[in-house]
Design a protein around this ligand. Structure first.
Ligand SMILES: CC(C)(COP(=O)([O-])OP(=O)([O-])OC[C@H]1O[C@@H](n2cnc3c(N)ncnc32)[C@H](O)[C@@H]1OP(=O)([O-])[O-])[C@@H](O)C(=O)NCCC(=O)NCCSC(=O)C[C@@](C)(O)CC(=O)[O-]
Ligand SMILES: NC(=O)C1=CN([C@@H]2O[C@H](COP(=O)(O)OP(=O)(O)OC[C@H]3O[C@@H](n4cnc5c(N)ncnc54)[C@H](OP(=O)(O)O)[C@@H]3O)[C@@H](O)[C@H]2O)C=CC1
Length: 508
């Protein structure tokens, strides 16, 4: 039996409410016969004892017992007792998974949800519509996200299939924008009617561009000459490639601003999108370069000369990741029957909107209608880094009449599709399932890079389908009609949520 003073039920209820361990509006529920964590409740425990929290000092002593691992100690504490340790700063809330160990990941997340709920006056996450159960967190830990409280499901639709380079692919799209899948499907139908899409891969090179300071512009200039020389290239290449089985240095591009040198390392990265890989290789190459230029100072591994996750002309001009051109001919009859417009109207609109309109707006790489819509939906479905949609969506859509104006020749040129089929979010189960559906899960068994290149080809082709359908809807004046049908919910708008306010002061 515990030696703690025994409270009355009412005392205990007040104590727990004061400590925000139960909802102030609720009464104590019926006590369980034993605690689910196996702690604190002997078989013949009274009502009060079942709910009795050990004191902070007792919990700490259990937690810090040196003969046990932290995971073993935490298993002896109830959820509320762990929360007590978190509240008192003895356990970092973001470290719960690591401390609990692989077998208890869901418990760690359940406890974090309670901590987050109580630290802010938000509606309790414990009864929230944000799901957290039945998810494989072992793939998330140390790879995909920190401080996890659950996951946010996004609807996954299928457009197509679309015939790409002679193979028929379903087009997976994770999106909350109604009409997108319908529109892309219509585009696929029209493209298939003309025999499908052909693609060309013109380049495959991820880039990283560090910023390197020198004491003077003269010394920076000397280093630039060395980097641009055969000798410098060979030294940097050897160092770079020592860090990976798959990363191969393809080119170096250097530029100077004052006494700062920028070097853009361009690398093939096998089936990985490659940003971790190329950053690791670049760091090693710079270490070696410093042996030749001791006065250089690496200001940052990324000097924005890469350019990652930001709009930049260098990406549009030089390419980044996979550079793809996709091409198709759509018969005029299909333009009329499936797309409800004409070849002439489409070509005219494409020039006035995608080319002249974007030029008037001062666009860089935005010579398209909605490439980012299709690309981002496929990125989310296949576990890509969604922030890279910025440059990956750069696209020029071109249309011209062929066969005496009867048919439509269409191309999309996308120089920066940054995708992988290994690494990053591609290791998550559902995203892997989508890659598997496409036949490109993981590393290609014979030709590293083949799977990720196929994904880039699929994306460019699907973008073409989306471009074709939206431009047709705009030309025919059907845009808003479609969105009223597919993109305006009939479900009542939810009530205004309670604003987040600072939570109560930590418990004494
Ligand atoms: C990783 C840190 C924070 C470590 O940084 P650190 O200083 O070693 O961490 P620490 O152990 O001293 O902890 C300091 C605080 O960090 C937080 N913290 C620490 N660990 C965790 C954790 N596991 N989960 C949640 N929070 C954590 C936490 O707030 C903690 O305070 P505490 O609560 O302990 O008093 C640091 O090295 C960092 O911020 N690195 C930068 C990484 C980053 O921002 N990556 C973004 C992706 S890169 C990219 O996508 C774009 C790029 C790079 O290409 C763009 C470009 O071109 O520039
Ligand atoms: N660090 C940064 O600055 C940035 C990081 N990111 C993040 O980087 C992550 C992706 O990094 P990335 O480098 O793509 O992936 P990973 O860091 O997961 O690296 C890929 C790993 O897979 C191995 N591998 C096995 N088979 C293959 C194959 N066929 N082709 C390629 N690699 C293979 C590589 O081997 P080996 O060890 O031999 O190379 C490497 O260990 C994402 O989470 C992204 O969000 C995004 C932007 C910037």
């Amino acid at each position: 039996m515990s030696s703690h003073p025994v409270f009355t039920v009412r005392d205990l209820e007040l104590k727990l409410k004061a400590a925000r361990l139960v909802d102030p509006a609720e009464s104590l529920p019926t006590p369980p016969s034993s605690n689910s964590s196996g702690s604190a409740s002997p078989p013949n425990a009274t009502y009060e004892e079942s709910y009795f929290l050990r004191s902070f000092d007792e919990c700490l002593a259990i937690y810090e017992e040196p003969s046990r691992t932290k995971g073993e100690s935490l298993a002896l504490l109830s959820d509320e007792e762990v929360i007590l340790l978190v509240d008192r700063g003895k356990v970092a809330p973001y470290a719960l998974e690591k401390l609990f160990g692989m077998g208890e990941l869901e418990r760690a997340i359940r406890i974090r949800r309670a901590v987050v709920s109580r630290a802010s006056n938000t509606k309790s996450l414990e009864n929230s519509s944000i799901p957290y159960e039945d998810y494989d967190y072992s793939r998330v830990l140390g790879a995909c996200c920190e401080n996890v409280i659950g996951y946010v499901p996004v609807p996954l639709g299928i457009a197509g299939p679309l015939t790409i380079d002679g193979t028929s692919y379903p087009i997976p799209m994770a999106t909350a924008e109604g009409t997108l899948v319908a529109s892309t499907s219509r585009g696929c139908k029209a493209l298939n009617a003309g025999g499908g899409v052909s693609t060309v891969l013109t380049s495959d090179a991820m880039t990283r561009g560090p910023a390197i300071d020198f004491p003077s512009a003269v010394l920076a200039g000397r280093a630039k000459v060395w980097v641009d020389s055969e000798e410098g290239h060979d030294v940097l290449k050897e160092a770079f490639e020592s860090t990976s089985r798959f990363a191969k240095l393809k080119s170096l591009k250097s530029a100077i601003a004052g006494r700062t040198l920028y070097v853009r390392f361009a690398t093939s990265t096998g089936d990985a999108m490659g940003m971790n890989m190329i950053s690791k290789g670049t760091e090693k190459a710079l270490e070696t370069m410093k042996e030749h230029f001791p006065s250089m100072v690496v200001l940052a591994l990324s000097g924005n000369y890469c350019t990652d996750k930001k709009p930049a002309a260098i990406n549009w001009i030089e390419g980044r990741g996979k550079s793809i051109v996709a091409e198709a001919v759509v018969p005029g009859k299909v333009v009329t029957t499936v797309l409800k417009t004409t070849v002439e109207a489409l070509c005219n609109l494409n020039i006035k909107k995608n080319l002249i309109g974007s030029a008037m707006a001062g666009s860089i790489g935005g010579f398209n209608a909605h490439a980012s819509n299709i690309l981002t939906a496929i990125f989310l479905a296949t576990g890509q880094d969604p922030a890279q949609n910025v440059e990956s969506s750069m696209c020029m859509t071109l249309m011209e009449p062929v066969n005496d104006g009867q048919d439509l020749l269409m191309t999309v040129t996308m120089p920066c599709i940054e995708v992988g089929t290994v690494g990053g979010g591609t290791i998550l189960g559902p995203q892997q399932g989508v890659l598997e559906m496409l036949g490109i899960k993981g590393a290609h068994p014979k030709t590293p890079g083949h799977n990720s290149q196929t994904l880039a080809r699929i994306i460019a082709s699907a973008v073409m389908a989306g471009e074709l359908s939206l431009l047709s809807a705009l030309a025919a004046g059907h845009l808003i009609r479609a969105h009223m049908a597919h993109n305006r919910s009939q479900v009542n708008t939810p009530a205004v949520s309670v604003p987040v306010t600072p939570g109560p002061a930590p418990r004494p």
